[in-house]
Design a protein around this ligand. Structure first.
Ligand SMILES: Nc1ncnc2c1ncn2[C@@H]1O[C@H](COP(=O)(O)OP(=O)(O)O)[C@@H](O)[C@H]1O
Ligand SMILES: [Mg+2]
Length: 265
């Protein structure tokens, strides 16, 4: 059986309009993600993680190769996918409720059933009582909760998360990681999570996809064989620390390559 998502020999090049140059961001990426799986993309800054996520979302065209979801080739964004960005993409003039509702309204599904769904989601992400707040009246963590509810509102099959906790302080970030796992376990979505934080990738994932330095390709896929549900204190256990050490070694080589390249240019 094929996976939920199949990427085959994906290559992405950006055209730099100013100079006419082609810039290769991703090279020959092959990956299968199974239904309901939690997969992280881990790699040094600039290695093409966001590019690959955007290609999966249909925002960036692939230059070569193919990405299929449920055996259909992706050409543009669709209802089956939803993106959670690093900085919350909330509309500042709308309340939490209206922000979460927005995607449903666009789909013409903003009626009573839509309202009930949004109310349930707000509860699921732990924002009950804050429905009528505006984004600037929420903390960073709460904004990301609202952002998650917004992505879930249209009931996508695949959640694409691009460093959603990168701007949060360390304690909030850890707490939100645990919250994300709780929400993921409730909704059974397939999740693809981009991060450059090793601990975060291991803690969340069934598999961690380690990317090489630019042009990004997959260096290794590490299966995280740790039981779920995962309490935060799992991060202090020896099995966890072993994964951290192994992946750190892999990444160090790639970070060094990026550093060398930066000096050359
Ligand atoms: N729109 C674009 N045009 C040209 N180059 C881009 C564009 N977007 C990203 N890049 C380049 O592609 C490479 C990969 O970027 P990105 O996918 O954002 O990496 P990451 O998310 O891993 O930090 C980087 O070198 C970046 O500068
Ligand atoms: Mg990125």
């Amino acid at each position: 059986m094929n996976g939920k998502l199949e990427a085959t020999n994906v290559c992405v090049e950006y055209l730099i309009a100013r100079t006419g140059e082609r810039f290769r961001a991703l090279e020959d990426v092959c990956l299968t993600v199974n239904e309901g799986e939690f997969v992280s993309f881990l790699g040094p800054s600039g290695c093409g993680k966001t590019t690959f996520l955007h290609a999966i979302d249909g925002l960036v065209p692939v230059t070569r190769g193919e990405i299929r979801i449920d055996d259909r080739a992706i050409t543009k964004p669709g209802k089956d996918r939803a993106m959670v960005f690093q900085s919350p993409a909330l509309l500042p003039w709308r309340t939490v409720m209206c922000n979460v509702m927005y995607g449903l309204e666009i789909q013409g599904a903003g009626g009573q059933a839509g309202k009930q769904r949004v109310t349930n989601l707000i509860k699921l992400v732990g924002l009950e009582g804050f429905e009528h707040r505006f984004p600037n009246e929420l903390s960073g963590g709460m904004q990301q909760r609202a952002n998650l509810a917004r992505a879930l509102a249209t009931d996508p099959e695949i959640l694409l998360l691009d460093e959603p906790f990168a701007n949060l302080d360390e304690q909030t970030r850890e707490f939100m990681q645990a919250e994300l796992l709780r929400i993921w376990a409730t909704t059974h979505k397939t999740a693809i999570f981009v991060t450059h934080n090793i601990t975060e990738a291991i803690y969340l994932s069934d598999r961690v996809v380690v990317f090489s330095a630019r042009p990004g390709h997959i260096k290794k896929i590490v299966t995280i064989d740790l039981p779920r549900p995962r309490p935060l204190k799992l991060k202090r256990q020896v099995e966890f620390l072993k994964y951290e050490e192994d992946i750190w070694e892999m990444l160090q080589e790639e970070v060094a390559k990026m550093g060398m390249r930066a000096q050359e240019t």
